[in-house]
Design a protein around this ligand. Sequence first.
Ligand SMILES: [Cu+2]
Length: 152
Amino acid sequence: MKNRFCSLSFLVALALGLTAGVAPALAAPRVIEITANDQMKFSVANIDAKAGEELKVVFKNVGTLPKEAMGHNWVLLKAGVDVTAFATAAMMAKDTDYIPAAKKGDVLASTPTLGPKKEAEVVFKAPAAGTYNFICSFPGHYALMKGTLTVK
Ligand SMILES: [Cu+2]
């Protein structure tokens, strides 16, 4: 009797999981916390990952200056993207949250631009092996606010 109940519970859980289209709890994405501050610094300079691994970047602006003066986002670019060209175009892209519409295809993952004490998260799969740049594309920030995702 107990066994039957267990396998029934398992089937129900499985069905629920399939219906919801969610992965089992064991496959939850690995969380990477990154903060950004008024000194234009990310707390993380490099992220190591395995190809295909699910990652969740939890991004926090821990600064106090207003968003208009010191907003931050986290933008992961595809391999081979010219970071300077992207960031230069992003300066003019306030209306699209500093992701230039013409260069949307250069982006693997990104968060909205955050004001002080705000938080956002983005879930994505680590791409193929290689090195990928991430930046804050708020005007003038990318020179200091940059890092890499190293996928093996
Ligand atoms: Cu920034």
